[in-house]
Design a protein around this ligand. Sequence first.
Ligand code: SF4
Ligand code: SF4
Length: 342
Amino acid sequence: MSDFIVHKGRRAAGTFARHYGADVTDLHHEHGKRTAIMLADGRTGAGTCLGCDSAPCMEKDDSELTLFGALDAFPGDPSCDVCPTRAIYWDNENAAACVETGDCIGCGLCVSRCPYGAIRLGDGLTALVETADPDGLVIAGPTKREHPQVKRSGKIATLNAPAAANLPRTIAALDDARTTLLVRNLLNEVGLNARTRRRGDTNMRIDAVGFSRRERPFVAEIETGVGVLESPRGLLEDVAVLHSRYGYAVDGIDPVSIILSFPNVRSEYYQVIRDIEKVLGLRCRTITVGALVTLLWNCTKLDGFDGNTFTVGAGTIDLADCLGLDDAKLAEPYSGAFRPAK
Ligand code: SF4
Ligand code: SF4
C-alpha cells in the first residue's frame, strides 16, 4: 500500500494544511533554483509545500487513468502511484510531502505534478520538497480548494544534471513493475492518454496502449533490457491485437518501442524496422525513456508518434535532431533519443 493511501485516510479530500490565499496561475522551473510561482492576485515568489490532500505529487486521480473509447477496456495497471520508486511520502509531523532521497531516481515526475511549485530537483539529482516560505506567500491554517490548472514553463533540470547521467543505470535497475509505472506516468505527463499492462496479466501481451494528442491510437513495447531487438516483432503482434480485439484500423495505429538506449547502429533492429515498413507499410517508432524524461524536464508536450517526425508542442526539442549514437545522427524513422551527459 502506498504511503499516500495512509495519508488519504487521515485527511478529508480537498483540504490543505496551509494555503496561498489565491490560486497559482503560472509556475516557472529553473535548474538549481526554487520554482517561481505567480498567484492570481499578482503576488509572486518561491513555491512551498501546502500539505494538500489528494496530493498530485504522490497519487493520480482515477480519472487520469481513463482511456478514450474502446481502449478503456484494456486491462491496465490500476496503480495510482506517481513515483516509480515510492520515494515520496507524507511527513505527518510537518504536514508536508517529503522525499527519501536514497530511493529517488530524479525522474522529475513529482516535480511536474505539484501545482504549487513546491518540489524541485534540489541538486539536479534528487527531488526536494520545499517547506520554507521566504516570500511570505503562505497563509497559515487549513482550507478547502480544487487544484488549479497552472501554466508551466522553464526547465526542471538541464541535461548536464547528475540525474541525467544516472538515469540509464537507475532505470535499468528498476524491476518490471516500476519500469512500466515510470513509463506510463511519463507518457501521461508529456500529454498522452496512456495505460500500461496490468502486472501479471498473462492474457495481454501489449505493454502499453493509448492515444496521441491528435487522438491516434498507439501500441507500445517497453524494453529496457536485452529484449530491445525483439520489440519490433512484438509491435506487429500488438497491432494485430489492437485491430482484432478493439476494432482500430491497422493503418491508423502507431507502433512504438520505448527503450532505454538505442541498439548499435549496425544492429539488426533497424533492418527489421525497415523490413516491416517495406512489406507491411507500418512505421515502427522508437523513443527512449530518457527522451520522455527530457520532454518532461523541458515542460514540453509530445503531440504523438505519427507524421514524419515526432512533433513536439512547444518546439523546444526537435527529437529528430537530438538523436545521437556516438555522435552520428540517424535519419527518420528512428527519431527520439536522449544522450545522457558524459
Ligand atoms: S508537494 Fe505540492 S502536491 Fe505535494 S503535498 Fe506539497 S503542495 Fe501538495
Ligand atoms: S523525482 Fe521521481 S523518483 Fe524522485 S521522488 Fe519524484 S517521482 Fe519519485
